[in-house]
Write a new protein. Structure first.
Length: 333
């Protein structure tokens, strides 16, 4: 979700690394994919972006411009399972035959969301319904979830990366750092010698990464996210390469800002519940307004639920049910 704008800066890319902006849906418009080239010419791709006919062509054009081909690709590395990061990896694997690397938890989430037995298009609208979302809105959410299938088909065969594992990309050693919140099993990649980090969507320079509570996933995603920020905050980072917007240098300051942002939002929700009990949907509209498109409404609703769950974890709120089973939240002290 969006938050107060911070100073943005464009920094040059180091030797052996290129940023490719792959088209995705509004409002983000593009995702940052990264090409890292070894001295021997082997290429690693980080987060190839969502799959469409247009983005396939963008990759053909990008590789040609750099004098590369699909046969130069050595491995495909994914920070997390979201379609705008994972989407083209299966197609690119078919083109190259190379391994696709991601965390075990991220693969589990990809199977849950997009695998052959996935039912998130049914479960998520039902989940929103019991939290007060009107029926016609849940129907829109259900149809919206189906639109992602083409963007992630085919799913890749996955090689697992563990937290703390070293990868060689672009002539440097990068250490996998697993955090949660935005996406269970999210991996950032930290190069300690050059003090650089490929941070995916764990830390973004201008917007707050969406933190979503969803049925069947992490039951306390905001707690997971904040714990991850504390871990990332302890790293010495001079250059950060995010999944969206421009690379930046204020990494430590940004993690601190994001922690403060979520504490402020929790305080705002607590104040709202002190006024009167409310459904999560009503609180969502209170926080984000009533003019959201379906995509943004899904993010806003799940983020509201994530914050309400954190208030429950802290002992500041509790759930109750109406006779028809609809859940509402009360302030608790």
């Amino acid at each position: 979700m969006t938050m107060k704008r911070t100073r943005n800066e464009t920094i040059s890319m180091p030797a052996g690394m290129h940023r490719i902006q792959i088209t995705m849906s509004f409002p983000l418009r593009w995702v940052n994919s990264y090409i890292l080239t070894e001295p021997d010419g082997k290429v690693s791709i980080v987060d190839p972006g969502p799959r469409t006919a247009g983005t396939e062509q963008e990759w053909r054009d990008a590789l040609a411009e750099l004098g590369l081909t699909f046969q130069d690709i050595h491995q495909i590395v994914l920070t997390h399972h979201h379609p705008d990061h994972l989407g083209l990896s299966g197609w690119m694997q078919q083109m190259t035959g190379v391994p696709v690397l991601m965390s075990a938890r991220s693969r589990q989430e990809a199977d849950y969301m997009w695998g052959p037995e996935a039912s998130i298009d049914e479960r998520l609208p039902d989940y929103y319904r019991i939290h007060g979302m009107p029926e016609y809105k849940t129907v829109e959410i259900k149809e919206h979830m189906k639109t992602f299938i083409s963007q992630i088909t085919p799913l890749p065969e996955v090689t697992l990366i563990a937290d703390g594992q070293a990868l060689h990309m672009g002539g440097k050693t990068w250490i996998a750092v697993e955090t949660g919140g935005h996406a269970p099993g999210h991996l950032s990649f930290y190069a300690p010698e050059s003090r650089e980090i490929l941070c995916g969507d764990a830390v973004l320079p201008q917007i707050s990464p969406n933190i979503s509570l969803q049925p069947g996933s992490d039951p306390e995603p905001l707690q997971s996210y904040m714990q991850g920020l504390i871990r990332l905050n302890a790293l010495t980072v001079e250059r950060a390469y995010p999944g969206h917007r421009n690379p930046f240098t204020r990494f430590t300051e940004r993690t601190t800002e994001l922690l403060a942002h979520h504490e402020e939002r929790l305080a705002k929700l607590s104040e709202r519940l002190q006024e009167s009990p409310a459904h999560a949907y009503d609180i969502c509209l209170h926080l984000f307004g009533d003019r959201l498109g379906t995509h943004q409404l899904r993010f806003a609703m799940s983020e509201t639920l994530a914050h309400l769950q954190e208030l429950i974890r802290r002992g500041l709120a509790r759930e109750a049910q109406e006779p028809d089973g609809i859940i509402y939240f009360q302030y608790h002290q």
